[in-house]
Design a binder for this molecule. Sequence first.
Ligand SMILES: [Zn+2]
Length: 92
Amino acid sequence: MTTRKVALTDKAVISLNPTPCPKCGNFREFVAHSDYCAEDCCNVWVECGECGFDPTQEDTGYRLEDVWGGCGDNNIIAAISCWDDALRESAK
Ligand SMILES: [Zn+2]
């Protein structure tokens, strides 16, 4: 498992427009995780960097699936959009 702390720049916040954390309202700091979920597949997801809230914990179907995984910028951007999807779904 790899993890990486991310603090979004103002520009990244504007372009990604992440949904604020429902627990603490943070939308700027995240901790990205990458872990194997199968032999040839990794899950990449982000948790709140302030309180550790993980909207994909209950339903890992929202996590990004990637063959190589890793916490590179592109995977983090994709994982933040998964965070948005998971939160939007749970807000319904
Ligand atoms: Zn939070």
